[in-house]
Each structure stands twice: as structure tokens, then as C-alpha cells.
Write a protein that binds this ligand. Structure first.
Ligand code: NAP
Length: 248
């Protein structure tokens, strides 16, 4: 039977790489995006070329009604859901906390924390065995920032990922008895668009050379870890925070 995954923020970067790889493993993929439909279509085409099926799922993870509609759309398209990759996330321009305005702080926590919790909640409601589901997997995309703190860059982002780590630890215990494994990956400096959205497109390249492996990582290198956590190959792994950060 074909397995079904919803990947939030799958139009670009780590989400797209994960979609393509799971497609190559035969998964059907709900390709969520916020605004960039053209990029999401490109991801869907890549999933198709890799051998999987894809459906575009528009929606802002920070909006409860839209999150519910996203999960409904996946179940309507594919008839079931087996996994959530809780990947959508944002950064904002680098600055000390003292210079951050409330609008920025609210949006950071709305998307990275509230959005991640809402998506995990919907996955729990639909996959929990006690609620009629058949179990499944959640992989949260956190960040090495959760243990580094990101001083003078974005302590707001780092704190939001700390919440994702803590959610992972708690949900692994809460949902393990429901047949749902919950783990997180914590990427380091990965070469994606996210750094440009923080105003520093060359951030991964510049800082990546200072890591023990001497380079930034690729979206594919993070996707490999996510795919392993989604797959049955990691069947006894639950509550893990897996660093994919070159030892940084
Ligand atoms: P990216 O290239 O900037 O892509 C971000 C993705 O998230 C896009 O698909 C975007 O959709 C989507 N998105 C943004 N806000 C959303 C919202 N409110 N609702 C739904 N989707 C939304 O980012 P990335 O580098 O691949 O990052 C993916 C995850 O990895 C994030 O959680 C990030 O914090 C984490 N991470 C990244 C790095 C890194 O160095 N790249 C390091 C550590 C952790 P649109 O295309 O429609 O805008």
C-alpha cells in the first residue's frame, strides 16, 4: 500500500528535497506551501519524476482553519495519512533582541511554534490508534540554533526551535502508545533560501567553512536524515533530536 506524507513548507529547500526523496521511495506527498505556488508545482513535478504522487496543498501553518483544511485535503486526495514532516519555518533579519519589534516576534512564534504545534495536533488526531487511526510518524524540523541560542542574530528563532525540541520530547512519550513515533532533526548551516530571507544570502557559505566539516550542508543531506526517521528503518527511534550540523 502506498504511504502518504504531508510535508509543510515543501515548495523549497529542505522540504522540497524531502518530498523528492520520499517520492523516490514510492510515497504519495502532500506538498504544502504558503505563497509560492510556482515553486510548489516544481516540487510536485520532481516528486512525479522520482516515481511518487504529489498534490499541492496551499495553507499557512499559523492559521488553524487552514491547517485543518490542509490535512483534510491530504486525506481526501490520498485516502489516508501516515506521516507528517513538520518543516515549514521562517527566520527574520539578524539583530539583537533589543531591536526586535513585537510584530516580528509574534510572527516568528506563530509560524515556528504555534504552526508546528497545530500541525502536530492534527497529525495526532488523525493517526492515533485510540482515535481510529493506524499510527504513523512525525518528524519535526528544529535547528541547531535551539542549543546554540543564535546571539545577535535571532534569539527569537532559536527559542522557537527550543519549543520544537521540547514538543518532540513530550509528544514522543504521549504518542508512542498510539503507534506514532515523534523525532526531530536539527540542521546546522544548510544552503537554502532561508538565509536570504534573513537578509544574508551568503550566511551558510560564509559560516559553513567554520564548521568541523569545513562547508555548509545541502538540503539533500538533511532530507536523508528525515527520510530515515520517516521510514521503518528507524522503527525503535522515538524522541530523538538528531543533529545534522557537521558537528557544529
Ligand atoms: P526555505 O528554503 O526558506 O523554505 C521555507 C519553506 O517554508 C517554503 O516552502 C515556504 O513556502 C514555507 N513556509 C514559510 N512560512 C510558511 C507558513 N506560514 N506556512 C506554510 N509554509 C510556510 O527554508 P529551509 O531552509 O528549507 O528551512 C526548512 C526548515 O528547516 C525550517 O523549519 C527551518 O527553520 C529549518 N532549518 C533550516 C536551516 C538552514 O540552514 N537552511 C537550518 C536549521 C533549520 P513558500 O515557498 O510558499 O514561501
Amino acid at each position: 500500500m502506498t504511504k502518504v506524507v504531508l510535508i509543510t513548507g515543501a515548495s523549497r529547500g529542505i522540504g522540497r528535497a524531502t518530498a523528492r526523496m520520499l517520492g523516490a521511495h514510492g510515497w504519495s506527498v502532500g506538498v504544502n506551501y504558503a505563497t509560492n505556488e510556482a515553486a510548489a508545482k516544481q516540487t510536485a513535478a520532481e516528486v512525479g519524476r522520482a516515481g511518487g504522487h504529489a498534490r499541492l496543498i496551499a495553507g499557512d501553518v499559523a492559521d488553524e482553519a487552514q491547517v485543518i483544511a490542509m490535512f483534510d485535503a491530504v486525506e481526501h486526495a490520498f485516502g489516508r495519512i501516515d506521516a507528517l514532516v513538520n518543516n515549514a519555518g521562517i527566520v527574520a533579519p539578524s539583530m539583537p533582541l533589543a531591536d526586535m519589534d513585537a510584530t516580528r516576534l509574534k510572527r516568528m512564534f506563530d509560524v515556528n511554534v504555534y504552526g508546528a504545534y497545530l500541525c502536530a495536533r492534527e497529525a495526532a488526531r488523525r493517526m492515533s490508534k485510540d482515535r481510529g487511526g493506524h499510527g504513523g510518524v512525525i518528524v519535526n524540523v528544529s535547528s541547531a540554533a535551539s542549543r546554540l541560542g543564535s546571539p545577535n542574530e535571532y534569539v527569537d528563532y532559536a527559542g522557537s526551535k527550543g519549543a520544537v525540541d521540547t514538543m518532540t520530547i513530550g509528544l514522543a512519550k504521549e504518542l508512542g502508545p498510539q503507534g506514532i513515533r515523534v523525532n526531530a532533526v536539527r540542521p546546522g548551516l544548510i544552503d537554502t533560501d532561508i538565509h536570504a530571507s534573513g537578509g544574508r544570502p551568503d550566511r551558510a557559505a560564509v559560516l559553513g567553512v567554520q564548521t568541523p566539516l569545513g562547508r555548509p550542508g545541502t538540503a539533500d543531506e538533511v532530507a536523508e536524515a528525515i527520510v530515515w526517521l520517516v521510514s521503518d528503518a528507524s522503527s525503535y527511534v522515538n524522541g530523538a533530536l538528531l543533529d545534522v550540523s557537521a558537528g557544529r
